[in-house]
Design a protein around this ligand. Structure first.
Ligand code: FAD
Length: 416
């Protein structure tokens, strides 16, 4: 069975690795760009995704690229602690959370695909059309010189990201991604370790926020590389481009005053290694991901706000779930139906939660109930409410510790 994957991003590459482990060998990945450049800044892989990477036998290679955050803490704009929770193995998961540079992750996944499957990534192939036949499909690609190439497949997996061409074929009126009005400025910086050097921090509320997490341990000069996201309503534009560099000074000015004895946010922004502007966008949930022998996966199926750090992790779950059902179902059609049933309702629910700012909702609640601050957070938000918000999101995203540790494996082999 020939499976063609459109898109060599995080979802497409993990799909190739998952299919190979499930016993499929005739796989082609079509990638629009002529070179995989490893773009982006930080990305989080939550324990449910790291479990899948572990079962694929690639987690060690990926863990070597980044760090394992041990806790996550939410603060008010004034720096008052709202909620802190252990993460990864510190929280009782059998698998860690990993924070890595997205570009390094993509390049490592590419190397792994090439090691296991050879030269199956065809670069400079932009998917522009899909011809659906009875039990097969043809991917029509545009090459850099403008010519077209047709690639026949028994199944096409569209992992072509938030601007998915395959999705557009079936939802032509959808238009551009939906903008929340918030703008994200994403960057990396070399700083003295923040707190214990292994904590992911978030300060602010739904109008303005700063997020940071380590991407490395201490370097030779004692500093560490962090990823940060400065987020604000107003300014920016809805234009979706992952690589738009912007001037640091106005963004640092927008966070003037966000300083404490343990964190100087304007300085981090001003001295950052790079600063990329990106609108906070997502797409509405859609009623179908499967169209004959074409199936959507990753951001193509469910682009969502980064609240909760779930984009890459959900793409990983999609990939493993699809491979599992293709290996175990009685037919390809049954497999696609089972994949959609397993993943689409769950992602629709998660999309709703991310629109309500996901687990970060506690920050907005603190601001609304105590805009001037508090002496004890539990006078403002009872512990039970804080715990319920954190648990609700983890359950919806598939990474509540008990749920995840008990879930059966998605490893399966065709014909086994
Ligand atoms: C350049 C870039 C930088 C990013 N930076 C970050 C970041 O810093 N932090 C973060 O959390 N997330 C980032 N993301 C998004 C993140 O990778 C995804 O949200 C998540 O990993 C889901 O992965 P995906 O494979 O569905 O989509 P993506 O990782 O976006 O991959 C989509 C892939 O499909 C390719 N493609 C697009 N259209 C076509 C087509 N018509 N034909 C063939 N190939 C096509 C793209 O070039 C890309 O390689 C970035 C995405 C991109 C493309």
């Amino acid at each position: 069975m020939r499976i063609v994957i459109a898109g060599a991003g995080i979802g497409g590459l993990i799909t190739a690795l998952s299919l190979e482990r499930a016993g499929f060998t005739d796989i082609v990945v079509l990638e629009r760009t002529e070179r995989i450049r490893g773009l982006g800044v930080g990305i989080n892989l939550l324990p449910h995704a790291v479990r899948e990477l572990t079962e694929l036998g690639v987690a060690d290679r990926i863990a070597a690229l980044g760090v394992e955050p041990a806790s996550l803490s939410y603060y008010t704009r004034q720096g008052q602690l709202i909620w802190t929770e252990p993460r990864g193995r510190s929280a009782g998961y059998e698998w860690p959370q990993l924070s890595v540079h997205r570009g390094r992750l993509q390049l490592e996944l590419r190397d792994l695909v090439e090691e296991r499957l050879g030269g199956i990534i065809w670069l400079g192939r932009k998917l522009v059309d899909v011809q659906e036949l009875d039990d097969s499909a043809v991917a029509v690609c545009e090459l850099p010189d403008g010519s077209r190439e047709r690639v026949a497949a028994d199944l096409i997996v569209a992992a072509d990201g938030i601007h998915s061409a395959a999705r557009k074929l079936h939802y032509p009126g959808e238009g551009a991604p939906r903008w929340s009005g918030l703008t994200l400025w994403r960057g990396t910086a070399l700083v003295d370790p923040v707190l214990d050097g292994r904590t992911m921090i978030m300060l602010g509320d739904a109008e303005q926020k700063f997020v940071a997490y380590p991407l490395s341990g201490p370097l030779e000069d004692g500093r560490q590389r962090i990823n940060f996201i400065a987020e604000r309503r107003g300014g920016g534009s809805p234009h979706v481009d992952w690589n738009r560099s912007v001037d640091r000074a106005p963004i640092a000015d927008a966070f003037a005053g966000w300083r404490s004895d343990w964190l100087d946010i304007p300085a981090i922004i001003r001295d950052s290694e790079e600063l990329l502007e990106y609108p906070m966008v997502d797409r509405d949930a859609i009623p179908s991901w499967v169209f004959g022998r074409l199936v959507l996966l990753g951001d193509a199926a469910h682009a969502m706000y980064p609240n909760g750090s779930n984009g890459g992790s959900q793409a990983t779950l999609d990939a493993r779930t699809l491979a599992y059902h293709l290996a175990t179902a009685a037919s390809v059609d049954d497999a696609l139906a089972a994949y959609e049933q397993a993943r689409r309702p769950a992602c629709t629910r998660l999309l709703e939660l991310t629109r309500q700012t996901g687990p970060e909702r506690v920050m907005q609640i603190a601001r609304e109930r105590a805009p001037e601050g508090f002496s004890d957070i539990h006078d403002v938000i009872p512990r039970s409410e804080l715990e319920a918000i954190a648990a609700e999101y983890k359950l919806a995203a598939g990474f509540h510790p008990e749920q995840l540790n008990a879930r059966s494996s998605l490893s399966a082999r065709v014909g086994a």
